[in-house]
Design a protein around this ligand. Structure first.
Ligand code: HEC
Length: 166
């Protein structure tokens, strides 16, 4: 009799733990689907970023002298200091790209160096995707960029000259 009770007890345990495993498995499947969807979206955003912005905000320029606009990673750093949440960040980048005006620029050093970003035709919807991608992902840095930051801004991107110059 005692053995039987133990047997039922064990069988019960087994049943419960199998069910839990099942639940976990379905959660894993859900998560994987979500990740895949997210990846597809972010692939699309990355393609937009490359096609629409990297022509100027390039990551492949060979030196600091060759570039025609600050690399996007520098824009991200500057905007992240000003806008500390995704919503405001996305809004600010999209608004800027829709209508770049010298008076509204926050990268003043870049405006002096490269002149203000030319006004182009972008879809607001695309800009929001691009800006969200920029916020969520680590962007490539051109090789010279780290060195330049160290020389110009004391190394950590929040150096003394940065606020005033850029
Ligand atoms: C034709 C060249 C060109 C293209 C294409 C371009 N930019 Fe720019 N962008 C510039 C230049 C030059 C600057 C630096 C001067 C300035 O700040 O206006 C700049 C600066 C910026 C800034 C900082 C503005 C500030 O506050 O000073 C943002 C944000 C920006 N670009 C976003 C974008 C996004 C997003 C795209 C793609 C949808 C894009 N740019 C495409 C040339 C370009």
């Amino acid at each position: 009799m005692k053995n039987k009770i133990i047997y039922f007890f064990l069988a019960g345990l087994l049943f419960v733990s199998c069910n839990e495993n099942k639940k976990e498995l379905s959660q894993v499947v859900d998560n994987t689907q979500a990740t895949t969807e997210y990846k597809q979206e972010s692939n699309e955003a990355y393609t937009l970023l490359k096609n629409q912005c990297y022509a100027c905000h390039s990551v492949s320029s060979i030196s600091h002298d060759e570039i025609i606009a600050p690399p996007m990673v520098a824009v991200k750093r500057r905007y992240s200091r000003m806008y500390d949440n995704k919503e405001d960040f996305v809004e600010a980048i999209s608004k800027w790209a829709l209508n770049p005006e010298k008076e509204n620029a926050i990268m003043r050093g870049a405006v002096v160096q490269f002149d203000v970003m030319p006004k182009q035709v972008f879809k607001e919807e695309d800009l929001k995707k691009i800006a969200a991608y920029i916020y969520d992902n680590e962007l490539e840095e051109p090789d010279w960029f780290k060195k330049h930051e160290k020389e110009m801004h004391g190394g950590n991107g929040r150096g003394k000259g940065m606020g005033r110059n850029q």
